[in-house]
Write a protein that binds this ligand. Structure first.
Ligand code: HEM
Length: 212
């Protein structure tokens, strides 16, 4: 997989999962309010890095989506030397596969793990409660995903571009996510309705300003 493929495959599939979970959850209101306020209620305003950095609730939505449904369900490492883990002795060159999706959804680390609650990644007191390495969206340690910052920028921009102009509804609210898992989990199909928001009415005052 090239870096370009990694960018498209990871970002696009995470984006589909965001659309799915946001459509199923009323917290969407908070996301829309944040987007509206950061872009000054202007759906055509140019997107800047400063704007994207202010989209903290949007970032929490992306993280909560990836906690419940990470595109990378597993992370692997070879042992470079013999070690003892959980009382078992392991020789070197053993392939360890960590089920990150299981860790992300483990009730030992997350209260009501099946519930979509972006506040887990938004409220400082909730963030403080998190156990180390209990959220592995981008892996961890020296081999942590080097594309994580650009991925977050791309996802936030995509979410802002769509939600500031359209209401998004799933074509079938009963349909489960249609996915296929190999190295990453792909969203095979997601049918949505994009409903353009009404254009902002032009006020008298705006017209005067335009003519001047
Ligand atoms: C939502 C988007 C993305 C997610 C969820 C994601 C997730 C991951 C995960 C879980 C790993 C394994 C980390 C580990 O073993 O500890 C990884 C590795 C990697 N990712 Fe990403 N990734 C994303 C986007 C990107 C993008 C946009 C790029 C490149 C522009 C990228 C490039 C890479 C590379 C090169 C590695 C291998 C790093 C190494 O083995 O040293 N990723 N990613």
């Amino acid at each position: 997989m090239t870096d370009a493929d990694a960018y498209v495959a990871t970002t696009v599939n995470t984006f589909c999962f965001v659309l799915y979970y946001v459509s199923h959850n009323p917290n969407v209101k908070k996301l829309l309010e944040e987007i509206k306020s950061v872009f000054n209620d202007d759906p055509n305003r140019q997107i800047t890095i400063d704007n994207l950095e202010k989209l903290n609730y949007c970032e929490a939505v992306i993280k909560e989506t990836s906690r419940i449904r990470p595109i990378a369900s597993m992370i692997s490492r070879y042992s470079s030397q013999p070690d003892e883990i959980l009382g078992y002795k392991w020789p070197k060159n053993i392939l360890f596969i960590m089920y990150s999706r299981g860790i992300n959804n483990n009730p030992l680390y997350w209260k009501d793990p099946e519930k979509f609650i972006p506040e887990r990644f938004y409220e400082p007191q909730e963030i403080e409660k998190q156990h180390e390495n209990s959220f592995l969206m981008f892996g961890g340690g020296p081999r942590i995903c080097p594309g994580r910052k650009i991925a977050m920028i791309g996802l936030k921009a995509l979410i802002a571009l769509v939600y500031r102009k359209f209401d998004v509804e799933l074509a079938d609210m009963q349909a489960p996510l249609n996915v296929e898992t190999s190295t990453i989990t792909f969203c095979k199909e997601l049918n949505i309705k994009l409903i353009p928001r009404e254009l902002k009415p032009i006020h008298k005052h705006d017209r005067v300003v335009t003519i001047l």
